[in-house]
Structure formats: C-alpha cells, structure tokens
Design a protein around this ligand. Structure first.
Ligand code: TXA
Ligand code: MG
Length: 327
C-alpha cells in the first residue's frame, strides 16, 4: 500500500473537530489528543480505514485496537457490561481506563480492529478535544498511540508529525497531554485482570473493587491476551539502562527526584522526570524526555530507580519495554 498524504495540522477547537469528524467519515486517518497520549484515529466500523491505519503505523495486524467513544451510552452499544465493569466505568470514565469486555450483539467495530477476538477494548477519553471529535463523529473511533510501531508514544502534536507526517490526513493539536502514559487496561471477562498498568493506578481500581486485581504476566511468547504487550514496544534507538546508581561515560541521564547519582555532572544530557519526586509529573514527562535524550547522541540512557507504586507501576512497565532487547 502506498502512503502519500499531505498531513495538515489544525489547532483543537469546534471547527477542527468538525473537520476531523468529516475526515473519519471519509475513511481518513487523524492524529488527535487524548489525556494519556496522542491517538491515531480511524472509523472503527470501516475495515478499509482500519487497514490503512495498520499500514500507516507499520503495526503487525494481529494487535487489536481500543475503541474510543464519547460516553457510557455509546460504550453499551459495543460491549456487554457486567456489574463489575459498570462499577469501573462509572468510577473512572471519562478517563485513562480501558475495559476489555465481551462484544455486544451488533457491535459495529470491524473484526480487523479486534483481531477477530470475541472481546473488544473500550475507553471514554476525558480530553475535551477528543470528546468534541467523538461527539461530532457519532461513532466509535479506534485509536492506537499515534507513533510508528515500536517507537515511543507521542505526547505532543509535533511528535505525531515527526512519526506519521505524510502518512495520515490530519493532526489536531490539543497541546501537550496531561497524563503521559497510556490507559490502564483491565480485562473484565471473568474476574477482573490488570492487562496493562497505565494512567489509573492499580491501587485506585482495587479501592473501587474492594479486592486485589489479578495480573496477567505479559510474556511475548504467550497467547495474545493483550498482544500489544510485546516486550520491546516503547523503544527509543539508544540503549536504555535501568535502575542506574551511577552515570557511565558517554551516557545520558533520565533522573527522578532531588538527589542525582555520581557521574551526573558528566552526563551527555540530563532530563529530570520530576525533581520533587512526583510520579504524576514524571509520567507526563516520560515519553517526551525519552525522545529528547534519544536524539542527543548518547550511547545509552541511564535511568534512575523509580518507586513502583501509583503511576510508578506504569512508568516502570514502559521503561522495562524501552530497555528490552530488540530484534
Ligand atoms: O491511552 C491509550 O490507551 C492510548 C490512547 C490513544 O487511547 N491507546 C493505546 O492503544 O495505547 P494501543 O493500540 O497502543 O494499545 C492497545 C492495547 C494493546 O496492548 C492491545 O493488545 C490491547 O490494548 N487490546 C486491545 N483489544 C484487546 C482485547 N480485545 N483483548 C486484550 N487486549 C486488547
Ligand atoms: Mg502504543
């Protein structure tokens, strides 16, 4: 498939959302902001548009996509909610939570977008620009993160343009995202399982459920429960070295907190995710800083340890993937 688009960028607003909705109706591809990361959207019901989306991303087509809808009423037309799913939806939607649920009868999401599974992943994003686009469009929009497959997820419109310029029709610029890591994915087929840590901390979900969430171990060789969880999925080009206690010669430093490790003063480049040690601030900065440090010519990016609580679980998950061996 040839991909030769002129990609237009528009500032978010009512006119831009109308244009985005028209583009989706015509089977086009749009980059748009959500509170987690920028998404690459296509009409979920249009298999040809979904095929174009996979091609633009260069994504293996066995990876199912998340269907984005404006509200709970729209979600119910796509999936079957049991009592637990309803409780989670009412606690966290709109927001950075994705639920994997059985498909409803007449679910309008193309089989290609769900990779032929009997389940569908759904989320109601909170970002006002995403909301106006979804309302103007009316249907479900499937949207993976708007990066080339295997690259770091985009947290600004400029990141989307850098990865997908010339491959998609339109980018709506809603400024930098606020959450900065992808949505938390909870499987609600049987007892609830954490399929991917993300923007809603595990602890917040467990408080609502009143019990611990099961965890699926994301093994790259296991059957595709959440196939997007392939090991090296969020990879920058430079090597990533985790839980660094020192900075070695030639390395860049991705820091966290007020106290820097020995060798920091000689780092090729330094970004601090949160000098005051705030995990929400760190999540918002994560992908942008990885991109910046990746472009600085260092042989490796040394990453300081990050506490594994709250949003730290999602941050550490993405960092482990960035550090995983590549093919
Ligand atoms: O925050 C987000 O979730 C962003 C924004 C754009 O909404 N989207 C996102 O999509 O991260 P993507 O395609 O990068 O990740 C979707 C994840 C993958 O791990 C995929 O395997 C999983 O959702 N998934 C989708 N449908 C599934 C299903 N039926 N069962 C299990 N996992 C599913
Ligand atoms: Mg992604």
């Amino acid at each position: 498939m040839t991909l030769d688009f002129t990609t237009q960028t528009l500032p978010g607003g009512a006119d831009a959302s109308k244009r985005a909705a028209e583009c989706l109706r015509d089977g086009g591809l749009i980059g748009f902001p959500t509170e987690t990361v920028y998404g690459l959207g296509a009409d979920a019901a249009n298999a040809a548009a979904v095929a174009r989306l996979y091609a633009a991303k260069g994504r293996p087509s066995f990876n199912p996509l998340i269907a984005h809808v404006a509200d709970f009423a729209a979600a119910r037309r796509i999936a079957v909610f049991d009592a637990i799913a309803e409780r989670l939806a009412s606690a966290f939607w709109p927001g950075p939570l994705t639920l994997v649920l059985p498909k409803a009868a007449g679910c309008a999401v193309a089989d290609l977008a769900t990779a032929g599974l009997e389940t569908v992943a759904i989320r109601v994003p909170a970002h006002p620009v995403a909301q106006t686009i979804l309302r103007a469009f009316g249907g479900a929009v499937v949207a993976p993160s708007a990066n080339r497959s295997g690259h770091v997820s985009p947290t600004t419109a400029a990141h989307v343009l850098a990865d997908l310029g010339g491959r998609i029709d339109l980018i709506i610029d809603g400024g930098p995202v606020t959450v900065g890591v992808e949505s938390t994915i909870v499987g609600c087929v049987g007892s609830p399982m954490l399929l991917r840590p993300g923007g809603v901390p595990r602890e917040a979900i467990e408080r609502v459920l009143g019990r611990p969430l099961g965890t699926s171990s994301p093994s790259p060789t296991a059957a595709p429960v959440a196939p997007g969880m392939l090991a090296s999925h969020y990879a920058p080009r430079a090597t990533v070295r985790l839980t660094a206690a020192v900075v070695k010669p030639g390395e860049a430093l991705l820091a966290f907190g007020p106290d820097l490790p020995p060798g920091a003063e000689a780092a090729i480049a330094l970004r601090n995710l949160s000098p005051r040690g705030d995990l929400a601030e760190a999540a918002a900065n994560l992908f942008g800083y990885l991109r910046e440090l990746d472009g600085c010519g260092a042989s490796a990016i040394a990453v300081m340890p990050i506490p594994n609580e709250g949003l730290g679980e999602a941050i550490n998950d993405r960092l482990r993937r960035a550090a995983a061996p590549r093919d």
